[in-house]
Design a protein around this ligand. Structure first.
Ligand SMILES: Nc1ncnc2c1ncn2[C@@H]1O[C@H](COP(=O)(O)OP(=O)(O)O)[C@@H](O)[C@H]1O
Ligand SMILES: Nc1ccn([C@@H]2O[C@H](COP(=O)(O)OP(=O)(O)O)[C@@H](O)[C@H]2O)c(=O)n1
Length: 235
């Protein structure tokens, strides 16, 4: 059984899918973590590009692109339990930084990068029951998934949730408006990708989480899965 949960940043994908995967004792594949790990792996090459954006050199297919592509193909990413290993090293705690928030959409909008990660995700999933969360799990990576969900909420609500996740020291340094702006920039890139566009699959159950609690969302999904064992202590 494959369950997909897609949606934009801060909408609740990772917390809801993490909870459900634990309750069901099935694999959770966080596709964003794979894109983030790849960005971390080629961060120096990205920084060397003008404006740090690889799109131009990809379109020109020039030497800089060949160097970057060669480097991408040499990166080895694997999920082990809940950890993400980059070339054998646990990098899970290094993936959620503002730098990775910025770099990852720039890399993930390139079609060959998406094909590279899609193959990795499918190979991790082979023959297993799982929840896959991200942007295009229900539309591209697992189009035949039995259960598809798409979470949405306004950027203001999502920014507040992200801000509340920060340590008080970081909250003092970053305003809500700055975080909302960064989320909107990321949404724009993710919604305008040539491939793997952020959008709901036609047969996805769309849930607006903006005015719902975490528990509400879990219950709606559990109800839709028609599985009383999931979230049963919540209801
Ligand atoms: N329905 C909800 N209402 C309020 N807060 C939520 C809800 N769902 C998730 N959260 C909280 O919002 C924050 C962002 O959620 P997260 O699951 O990391 O989003 P995403 O994976 O979509 O970026 C987390 O602190 C999470 O606990
Ligand atoms: N299936 C996916 C998942 C993530 N991504 C990219 O990776 C970035 C980080 O994804 P994430 O899921 O870790 O981000 P959050 O929604 O948790 O903030 C996104 O902004 C996308 O650019 C993607 O292109 N396709």
């Amino acid at each position: 059984m494959i369950i997909t949960i897609d949606g934009p940043a801060g909408v609740g994908k990772s917390s809801v899918s993490g909870y459900l995967a634990k309750k069901e004792n099935i694999l959770l594949l966080k596709s964003g973590s794979f894109y983030r790990a790849l960005s971390l792996g080629v961060k120096d090459e990205l920084a060397a590009l003008p404006s740090g954006d690889p799109e131009t050199c990809y379109e020109l297919r020039d030497k800089r692109w060949q160097r970057l592509w060669h480097r991408i193909q040499s990166v080895y990413i694997r999920q082990q339990d809940e950890q993400i290993l980059l070339n054998g090293q646990d990098v899970t705690d290094r993936l959620g930084t503002p730098e990775m928030d910025f770099l990852t959409p720039l890399l993930s909008k390139l079609p060959p990068v998406r094909h590279f990660i899609n193959n990795l995700l499918r190979s991790q999933a082979e023959g297993r029951s799982l929840i896959a969360e991200g942007r295009d799990m229900g539309t591209v990576v697992f189009p035949h998934a039995r259960h598809k969900f798409f979470l949405e909420a306004g950027s203001g609500v999502r920014a507040r949730r992200r801000w509340e996740q920060l340590h008080p020291k970081e909250q003092a340094l970053r305003s809500l408006a700055e975080i909302e702006n960064q989320i909107s920039v990321r949404d724009k890139i993710d919604r305008n990708k040539k491939e793997g566009t952020l959008r709901a699959a036609e047969n996805a159950h769309i849930i607006d989480t903006g005015s719902l609690t975490f528990e509400d969302v879990c219950q709606i999904i559990a109800g839709s899965l028609n599985n009383r064992n999931i979230c049963n202590h919540l209801g």
